[in-house]
Design a protein around this ligand. Sequence first.
Ligand SMILES: C[S@@+](CC[C@H](N)C(=O)[O-])C[C@H]1O[C@@H](n2cnc3c(N)ncnc32)[C@H](O)[C@@H]1O
Length: 156
Amino acid sequence: MNRKVIGYDLNVVRTDIIKNDARNIPLADNSVDFVFIDSPYSDNIKYSNDKNCIGKISCEKPDFFDELEKVAKEIHRILKPNKVVSWLIGDQWLKRKFTPTGFLLYQRLEKYFEPMDTICVTRHNQTSNTGLWHNRARRFNFYLRGFKHLFIMKKK
Ligand SMILES: C[S@@+](CC[C@H](N)C(=O)[O-])C[C@H]1O[C@@H](n2cnc3c(N)ncnc32)[C@H](O)[C@@H]1O
């Protein structure tokens, strides 16, 4: 479809991905038509040893959302007027504590973008959809996280 795609990550595992911090994107203001981002959801996974990895901060801390807000500002800067960002994020249940990571991020995104849609992305092939986790959920009385949030938002 003659689209030009640029992929950034701090942890580069493919030759077609460019190593870059999402808080400082090397693109001009108002220059891109669409942004998709699958940011860290918390410090639940060790992505790399890079000290700038936002996935080293727990989503239980406001700093996590402060850093994601810097990314949101950058996305706002590079998007053309009225163009769209699509942001994927999951909530956290850890040590009997639920953190609504998606809604907490959404509050930050609202400053820069207006909502068009939110989509619940199911996790059919994820490891929590097993008998072991079903048993644990019953035993320890928690809900299995069934989906992630996909926020579709337009530049204000
Ligand atoms: C949920 S994973 C997304 C993985 C990706 N969708 C894939 O399939 O490989 C979050 C990613 O954010 C990256 N990341 C964390 N902090 C970053 C930052 N400041 N700038 C750019 N990427 C960052 C991590 O290295 C990790 O690969």
